[in-house]
Design a protein around this ligand. Structure first.
Ligand code: URA
Ligand code: SF4
Length: 197
């Protein structure tokens, strides 16, 4: 692993900056390729992730893997992380204070990896990173803010009991990697929404 990412990982593992540290089994640092063109950002670890200390390894993670497979992308090629690195009790949505406290780690991950695009998975990540809501309305769209591109899609957990949504996730992930190919070829991509800050 990249040395700077390794330092973040060690800091996350021993972090006690918010109350989620009291109920976690393991903190769950981001994982993947430090050279990735994209960082996927979910909400928070679930039960399996908390048990094993790795992001997206449970049922939702399987759905993400299926969508990546469909786009011909191996999980090892990308970097996957969450808004908060510790599991909230009973998988409740992380509180604003917890998200704020944890965001420094995500900022560091982004500044080290310098992804061409950040893929936001679901409403919690959308809200935490861009202040947005209503992911179903914005999914598939490209946003630019402070010179960073973002791609919006649904959370893989939403697809667990819904075949229509797994198809949507697959379509979005294919679009995302088409987009990444364009960016790698230094071609202009059409930005749907420009955020001004
Ligand atoms: N859901 C998430 O948002 N993140 C994980 O790591 C697992 C499930
Ligand atoms: Fe630290 Fe984030 Fe875990 Fe809170 S959720 S204890 S800020 S790593």
């Amino acid at each position: 692993m990249n040395q700077e990412l390794e330092i973040i990982k060690q800091n996350v593992i021993k972090c006690t900056k918010c109350d989620l540290c009291k109920t976690r089994t393991n903190a769950v640092p981001g994982k993947g390729n430090s050279q990735s063109d994209v960082i996927f950002v979910g909400e928070a670890p679930g039960r399996n992730e908390d048990k094993n200390g790795e992001p997206f390894i449970g049922v939702a993670g399987k759905k993400l893997s299926i969508a990546l497979d469909e786009a011909g992308i191996s999980r090892d090629a990308v970097y996957i992380t969450n808004i908060v690195k510790c599991r909230p009790p009973n998988n409740r949505v992380p509180k604003a204070s917890e998200r704020d406290t944890c965001q420094e780690y995500l900022k560091q991950e982004i500044s080290i990896i310098k992804p061409k695009i950040i893929c936001i998975l679901g409403n919690t990540a959308f809200n935490s990173i861009l202040g947005g809501s209503e992911i179903m309305k914005f999914r598939g769209k490209i946003i630019r803010k402070d010179n960073q591109l973002y791609f919006l899609t649904i959370h893989p957990a939403a697809t667990i009991y819904n075949q229509k949504l797994i198809d949507i996730l697959k379509i979005d992930i294919i679009k995302l990697f088409d987009l990444i190919r364009e960016l790698k070829n230094n071609r202009e991509v059409l930005v749907d929404i420009e955020y001004t800050s």
